[in-house]
Design a binder for this molecule. Sequence first.
Ligand code: SF4
Length: 466
Amino acid sequence: MTARTLFDKVWSAHEVVAETADTPAVLYVDLHLTHEVTSPQAFSLLKSLHLPVRRLDRTLATLDHSTPTKTEQVFGNVPIVLDAAAKQVRTMEQNSKEFGVDLFGLRDPKRGIVHIIGPELGASQPGFTIVCGDSHTSTHGAFGALAFGIGTTEVGHVFATQCLLQRKPKSFAININGRLKPGVTAKDLILAIIGKVGVSGGTGHVFEYRGDTISALSMDERMTICNMSIEAGARAGMIAPDETTFRYMKGRARAPSGAAWDAALSRWKLLVTDPDAVFDASVDIDAGALEPMITYGTNPGMVLPISGSIPQRAGDPVFDKAMAYMGFRAGEAMLGKPVDVVFIGSCTNGRLEDLEAAARILKGHKLASGVRMLVVPGSQQVKREAEAAGLAKIFQDAGAEWRESGCSMCLGMNGDLVDKGKYSVSTSNRNFEGRQGVGARTLLASPLTAAASAIAGRIADPRHLL
Ligand code: SF4
């Protein structure tokens, strides 16, 4: 039998109809995650065609993108301040009720960012195909799932048929070996990968992250890596499940149990790339040579080691436009640049280990004068765990705002925004123009770098505080 990659195995197990030169494949979807922003039109489509949601047992809904993070608007009697956000929340509640979709509502203790709660509940499983109307669905690939974002029309197709029309992408091995140095995190690693591959280097491919660096990572770290696959243009990112994955899955609310667990484990252990399998493309990364990374421009590929200087790219209009937007110039050092806002959160870095890392740096310190810091847990479960571990108190004692879960400042749809012209060190995944607010200037970094910069009021190297 031909040697196959992990991606090949998951793809072929879900192919209902194979693709031809003229037609894409019909791919079965194991798990459809949905939220308030990309579902209204899809539900309208179902209504207009008088169709039900075909597999309610394979559909999970949450409220995250435009939900408030201020406690009084979630649990108090203060209404949601933003009209557009309030309408989206209401619409999701009505649609879920009408179609019988399992929704984690605003006050549900299981609510959170869609890419955080899927794994947390054990709903995201090895070997699954997982889709969601959000680009960072690639997060779930950390479990050996084939997970990718879909458009609003496709959300409607999956609601109606539990299938999707797809062309098969190519495979791309990201071989990462070596031990990460202290202060260098999974976020730095994925930023370095994007810097090397480029923002469109992965287009048309599915990444498989491989090597001893990946094997040594926790599931939280693996999710950070897979989350940003899309920022290198890849359709998805995958990591073969192993003992770390199985330990994470066991006992979770929606993970298999009893005899079903044993059967699942036998299947999951086969989800590895065969030794002789050939990838369509590959790149090698020496993780031991990396230092903390930070972006300087307006896409995640405009990234450099924190001690570096902005490169010269004469004659590059994209670079020139980015520098004008960011208020930076070629040749400038990143360390020491002033910081106005720090955001810890998002589906990239809103998990417990991320908050632990930031708290390790912040403990016993105060935010620099004039710095605003928002810490937004990725889910209500992460929030409870962080509070029980004393992390929330560390953030509050330092002067940071501690919020309810949600996407928050990752894209600011709920009104958590960065003001025009201000610099934000953010643990999220996109630094596009206006992503955190009109004119906001975003610098992507790890929770360690973000926390160190909050204390200094300037871009700071976290290694000095460890
Ligand atoms: S945190 Fe950001 S990237 Fe993640 S799901 Fe929310 S909006 Fe999308």
